[in-house]
Ligand binder design. Structure first.
Ligand code: SF4
Ligand code: SF4
Length: 455
């Protein structure tokens, strides 16, 4: 039986029985919201409330993280095995799965759905928004490596297009990336530190794979070529519907982001292969996205563990293309996010599971899904995923609440410039003002309903 048929059959069984089991697809779909794009898998993992982490706070060994280089990496930062990411743990960490599953209460879930606008209409839009990802990159949101649109071994044209130099090639590739749908594009050198040390892939082996624990294989990533450059692209997610978090409409914004990732990543990789150079796209599989995006100058890391871009704040999804082509890296760009986050905790306040630290940056988190060694605010991905299960849908409260999450207009650009001034009281004032004038307010019950009546 084909994989999709098996998944559909399993979903039907679950629906009929009324039992919520930890189906990998469901688990990953929630994760995918990773709005916390996100949130859960991005950078070096998320981490925990930091009050009890004081002893782990900053050490003099922080080697990077200057005003101009927002990657604050120490020599303690090592490659992370993919099996430790929150989604992959479903394949083997049954104690954790059991703990999350036991938190789900079907009665309160049904009640919640009645009250908050998860109508059939909303769910249909959610499903449609995910459709391209599910059809052409099924499993990628949860980290299934080397598959479908994100496969490593697609055809490469024999005859090479040549360029004047690496700068010329970089310019053409960025132009093509924007044409093919990237909202933002940057280039950085390939860095093995951000590739998972081992990959984990679910195996589908016929009917016997239906019962019992999932089957998986673990393998060392050995690409068909040595990547030299990484084209990092951000795709904007819809402002209007992401603000309806948590709901199916917010899930639609996230799903559409994943579908666009797949489309843009595959298209740009195809463009480079059609130029005669080896390349493949990857999303949540294979490597971490946020460090690459920071290195490529797309933005900075926020307290909520996501990339904050100048243009859209954290309201983006990230896709990378690894290529053997030699390109010119862009410099990382800081614009005051680190200082601003120290004085703004709107995401931590808006997080229903208290997964976001309201304390100081640290060098490690409290779960195996955190990758230690970067100085940052670690979130707690276990708490986050638990909320998604309890909530029965995605969550993007941390994106919605972030003052950098705005439409890319001149007032937003101006306020981002003002926020870059290193004046702590100003940051607290701006964060409060943002909420008072009506931005970033979560729990918008009416918005779910009115969405369908708007032109
Ligand atoms: S607000 Fe909290 S629970 Fe919601 S996605 Fe962000 S970290 Fe997870
Ligand atoms: S909400 Fe505030 S503290 Fe959180 S990431 Fe955004 S700017 Fe930083």
């Amino acid at each position: 039986m084909e994989k999709e048929e098996r998944q559909a059959k399993k979903a039907a069984e679950i629906e009929q029985s009324g039992k919520i089991s930890m189906n990998r697809r469901q688990f990953m779909k929630m994760g995918a919201a990773a709005t916390a794009s996100g949130a859960l898998m991005s950078v070096t993992g998320h981490a925990a409330p930091s009050k009890n982490l004081a002893t782990k706070t900053a050490s003099p060994s922080v080697s990077l993280g200057t005003k101009d280089n927002p990657l604050r990496i120490t020599d303690k930062c090592k490659r992370m095995p993919q099996k430790n990411t929150i989604f992959s743990r479903q394949l083997w960490d049954f104690e954790f799965v059991q703990k999350v599953e036991s938190s789900v209460d079907r009665t309160s879930l049904d009640e919640l759905r009645k009250n908050k606008g998860w109508t059939g209409l909303d769910e249909a839009l959610d499903e449609a928004a995910w459709a391209v990802d599910h059809k052409f990159a099924s499993g990628s949101e949860g980290g299934q490596p080397h598959s479908m649109a994100y496969a490593w071994d697609e055809h490469v044209r024999r005859q090479k297009v040549t360029f004047k130099d690496a700068a010329d090639a970089s310019k053409k590739i960025k132009k093509a990336a924007r044409y093919l749908g990237a909202s933002l594009v940057g280039i950085t050198d390939y860095n093995p530190l951000w590739t998972y040390s081992e990959l984990i892939k679910e195996k589908f082996e016929g009917e016997s794979g239906q019962e019992g624990p999932p089957k998986y294989e673990i393998f060392i990533p050995e690409f068909p070529f040595v990547p030299k450059s990484v084209v990092v692209m951000a795709v904007e997610m819809d402002y209007r519907t992401i603000a309806l978090s948590p709901s199916s409409l917010e899930g639609a914004a996230t799903g559409l982001g994943y579908s666009h990732m797949c489309e843009v990543g595959y298209s740009v990789a195809t463009f480079i292969r059609a130029l005669g150079y080896r390349a493949f796209a990857n999303g949540n599989d294979v490597s971490l996205s946020v460090p690459y995006a920071i290195a490529a100058g797309l933005g900075e890391l926020g307290r909520h563990g996501m990339l904050i871009t100048r243009e859209y704040g954290p309201r983006v999804r990230l896709v990378k293309v690894f290529t053997e082509l030699e390109l010119v890296p862009d410099p990382p760009k800081a614009f005051g996010v680190w200082e601003f986050c120290k004085n703004c905790k709107r995401c931590a306040d808006a997080c229903p599971s208290k997964a976001i630290s309201d304390g100081e940056p640290t060098l490690e988190g409290n779960t195996i899904s955190n990758n230690p060694g970067a100085l940052k605010w670690y979130i707690d991905p276990e708490k986050c995923i638990q909320f998604w299960r309890e909530n029965g849908s995605d969550c993007a409260n941390c994106i919605t609440a972030c003052p950098y999450n705005k439409l890319a207009t001149w007032p937003h650009r101006l306020s981002t410039s003002v926020a870059a001034l290193p004046v702590a009281p100003l940051h607290s004032f701006l964060a409060q003002l943002d909420g008072q004038v009506g931005f970033g307010n979560i729990d918008n019950k009416k918005g779910n309903v009115s969405f369908w009546d708007e032109d």
